[in-house]
Design a protein around this ligand. Structure first.
Ligand code: HEC
Length: 265
């Protein structure tokens, strides 16, 4: 802990300066002694907030200045080393580093204080971001909220739609989402974020079919900004499949995984 060193050093400075009756160095020693004392308090009580610490130090500086300037004779000796540094000939070798290093240190502190942090903000990917109100499907505007699978009502042909959806799945989706619907298709390991599984209770089981339709139609590029900064490899299926084909494959992935779509409550 660096302040233990600072504590000892300022103690030595304060004692030596007091013995040599040098008010300026005694003041500096006492100031740093007080500073290290405040910092060392963090061993027994929670650390003092930086803001409060600054106020204490300011008050300590004012108090020390008052103490050493109240008597004319002490104040003369207090100022003497400063005046000597500024005007005396033999001090000229000290003047250069002091007047060069001091502004440089100040400039660096100002720079370090205002420099913006370069670390990326901590963000986690939102797997199921809020969908847009509506999106464009081959030029047609479709509202996501309340959107239902039109094929589900056609009970008589449901089995056929599911069988057709299965074919669509094995032609298009299996490479990424896997033949066990677990998101582990043969290409899956190449993508980050990885393709999502459809099995289990935390993906499509959580979603209404209208939401899934929006996701399949617009793919990774259709994701809103809060689902970034990761870019999803999920293709934009409206470019390859018709509206009906997408509804069929959706029927299939629910049927195959035994999941039920959520309804729009
Ligand atoms: C090139 C690989 C790839 C192919 C092919 C692919 N997907 Fe995806 N899919 C992904 C990735 C990666 C994600 C996860 C990132 C995301 O949500 O966009 C995903 C996510 C999804 C989601 C979102 C699930 C959820 O819980 O939010 C659905 C639904 C989906 N895919 C359906 C399909 C369907 C249907 C097909 C076939 C027509 C298909 N995908 C083909 C890569 C693929």
């Amino acid at each position: 802990m660096w302040w233990i060193g600072a504590l000892l050093l300022s103690l030595v400075v304060a004692v030596v300066a007091a013995l040599r009756r040098s008010p300026l160095f005694t003041a500096i020693g006492l100031f740093f002694l007080f500073f290290s004392f405040l910092r060392s308090l963090s061993l027994i009580i929670p650390p003092i907030p930086a803001f409060v610490l600054r106020w204490y130090l300011l008050l300590a500086g004012v108090a020390l200045l008052l103490y050493f300037s109240i008597r004319e004779e002490t104040f003369e000796r207090f100022k003497a080393p400063l005046i000597a540094l500024l005007v005396e000939r033999e001090m000229r070798f000290l003047r250069v580093p002091v007047f060069l290093l001091f502004p440089l240190a100040m400039a660096y502190m100002a720079y370090a204080y205002t420099k913006p942090a370069l670390s990326p903000p901590a963000e986690s990917r939102t797997i199921h971001p809020e969908p847009p109100v509506e999106f464009s499907f081959r030029g047609k505007r479709i509202k996501v909220l309340g959107l239902e699978n039109p094929l589900r009502k056609d009970r008589a042909n449901l089995a056929r739609y599911i069988a057709e959806g299965k074919e669509i799945y094995y032609r298009n989706c299996v490479f990424c989402h896997g033949d066990l619907w677990d998101g582990k298709g043969i290409f899956a390991h190449g993508f980050n974020p990885a393709p999502l599984p459809f099995r289990g209770t935390d993906t499509i089981a959580q979603l209404p079919e209208g939401y899934v339709f929006w996701r399949v139609s617009t793919g990774g590029p259709g994701l809103p900004p809060n689902a970034t900064p990761w870019s999803s490899a999920m293709p934009v299926w409206q470019d390859m499949l018709s509206e009906k084909e997408i509804w069929k494959v959706i029927l299939y992935i629910y049927d195959a995984t035994g999941n039920k779509p959520r309804t729009w409550e």
